[in-house]
Structures are given as C-alpha cells and as structure tokens.
Design a protein around this ligand. Sequence first.
Ligand code: ATP
Length: 229
Amino acid sequence: IQNREEVHLSLHNVTFQYEEGTEILKDINLSLKPKERITFVGRTGVGKTTLFKLILGILEPTKGMITINGVDVYEIPNSQKRSIFGYVDQSFPLIKGTVAEQISLKDESITREQIERAIDFAGLKAYVEALDNGLDTHVVSDTLFSQGQKQLFAIARAVVTSPPILLLDEITANLDSITEEKIVSVLEKASEMYTILSISHRLSTMIASDTVVILEHGRVKNAGSPEVL
Ligand code: ATP
C-alpha cells in the first residue's frame, strides 16, 4: 500500500467459530475510512482479540471476508504483514540481541534511521540515550525495561515499518498514570498518520476514537461516535 490516504479496511459478513464451537462472531459488517480511529468495546470473552486475529489474517473467517483495498487479508503473505499492520498488546516478548534489535526484530531491511524514528515517536529517545551503549546495548535481562517502558517499546516495534494500520489490544490497561499519559500523547501523534483499531473493556477506559463499536453476543450491538454512545 503506497498511499495511507487510500487504505480501506472492510469486514464483509464476517462470521467465525473455533473448531466445533459456537459462533464467536456473527455477521460483522464494518467499513473503515483511512485514518479512522475505531474502538471495540465488550466484555471478556466476547471475541475482541479473535476479531483482531481475523483482521490480521491469522485466523480465517468461517463465512465472509475481510479486505484491505479489496484484497483478502487472509491471502496476504506473512512477509508483507509488518508493512501493513502494527500490532500492540500488553506483552513485549524480548529477543536475544540489542535494544535496536528489539525494535527491528532483526529484519535487515529496517534501517537504523527507521529504528531511531520509532524510538523517538514512542517517547523513548532520552531513555535509550542514557543506556551504556544506546541502541547497541545488549538486552541481557528482562529488568532493563519497566512495564511502562515495555509498552512504549512495543509501540516502537509496531510503528518501525510505518504500517498504515495499527491494532492496539488493551494497551492502556494495568499502567501507572504517567505511562498512560505518555501513551495517550503518542497516540495523539499517531492519529494523524494511522488508521487505528483498538480494544477496550469499558467505554470509560477507551482511547480517543472517532467510532465506537459495542460487541455483544458476537454481534455489533451498537456503533457510533463516542459522544452518542
Ligand atoms: P478478553 O477481553 O478477555 O481479551 P476477548 O473479547 O478478546 O476477551 P477472545 O479472546 O476473542 O475474547 O475469545 C472469545 C471466545 O473464544 C472466548 O470464549 C474464548 O474462550 C474462545 N477462544 C479463544 N481462543 C480460542 C481457541 N484457540 N480455541 C477455542 N476457543 C477459543
């Protein structure tokens, strides 16, 4: 996808069930405008994470289809996924390597400059500069980063390839208020550049959005602007 202004993500009658299970999601239809921010709200187990896995093309709908600019996401090769989607949840699995490699995941097509930009974008520049060897510091232990920093690093990892679409799975849950503020300001910047899909348990904790979709019993119960809902 060359032009971020032309990214159209659509869900067409998407139904999904895990093998032999009941239908988790039923007949979901959605169409997102470029740079729209949409939040899915619903109780634990309603299928929010499952919906993200479908959008990421990790799971295949039982019925229906999800497309980006008309292309079925399930047909997109894994090698292209990182240039289309940035995915952030509450985990930041470390890999063996340097701080820079935590961001690039050792993808050699990612430049130093892209890594630096992602670190800056996530508000981690000062922190990284203060490390003994900056970006080249070897991460030998999980304790190098606090929980809040891990969340910001996870954002840097997701945006390093400048994908047009970000998926954020409960990323402001379980954070102290300072980190939460940092993330809110990072997301404000992100809203100018990305189509952002996020997940929240409650309306009260959701991040700024243009559209809210309330899921109940596998269906869209309500959808509209946050003010109306
Ligand atoms: P939470 O808010 O707790 O993250 P969620 O809304 O994201 O919940 P999902 O994780 O999508 O919900 O799960 C939806 C339903 O699908 C749950 O009932 C869950 O038990 C079931 N489920 C999830 N993964 C699988 C799987 N691999 N096989 C079978 N059932 C699954």
